[in-house]
Design a protein around this ligand. Sequence first.
Ligand code: SF4
Length: 325
Amino acid sequence: MSLLEIRNLKKHFPVGEGFFSRGKGAVKAVDGVDLTINEGETVGLVGESGCGKSTLGRAILRLIEPTSGEVNFLGKNLLAMPQRELRDMRRQMQIIFQDPYASLNPRMRVGDIVGEGLEIHKLAKGKAKRDRVLELLHQVGLREDHYDRYPHEFSGGQRQRIGIARALAVSPKFIVCDEPVSSLDVSIQAQIINLLQELQEKMHLTYLFISHDLRVVEHISHRVAIMYLGKVVEIAKSDTIYRDAKHPYTRALLSAVPIPDMSRKKERVVLEGDVPSPVNPPSGCTFHPRCSYREALCSQSEPTLDFAADGHGVSCHVFGPNKRA
Ligand code: SF4
């Protein structure tokens, strides 16, 4: 059953500031995204830096105001919701940030950081709040004596555990994990990903797991969506993406992922040129200036995200489901 349905979501940032800059254009950070996330599912969202994936995560939660579209959560459109109702709904939708150093208030003790949401949403106070925070610390692998300590006393991995406990405090259904392991050492990354998987099973959580690294999302994701210049260009079950990617951009990203098995050879696909400006994206398929498979049609007409019967969606004139190469 779907928990979240995103329809034609856009977030365009006007270029420049002030009255006289009006009409100069916009950075199309998110430019018409459709995405459905089912209950208990993890969707990995992958793309290069600046492709719009973090903006999409924040726009879903209305931490930044989308330009247009729909975000239906539990059947209600968050974008048409008055602030008061949205505040109650927010309890069910949380975020874990990339940088565990910057996202925790250095002047607050861990117990207050984790318990803040309980107070804001009037869920617990006094001893009940302390007991709930201690339970959360235990769930994320921290100790009771951490309750009164400050963030600077912890390692990066421990700080991310604090961030996870804070997100869990209000018993959400859905969590945007915004590059939650990108700033951590590889060995710690695996611990945090395992923890998120354990918590998902125990609490029936649903995740949108954002990363620039396909290797990171492989094991945690049920499905993977690939984003390029504000749009989803491919989406499929995780094993399908890693075994049978169709879109040339996905294949280029995959070819850059190191594989431990030396017997498995893979074709190295080198991307041509740089990521184009999202202020003035290329015509037709926005990937065409970098694509070695481009045809005449590619620069003239924008491909749509078309789906095969198995749910594998590809936005490409050459490798889409209606024209599989
Ligand atoms: Fe490449 Fe054309 Fe497909 Fe775009 S539509 S990814 S340019 S082949």
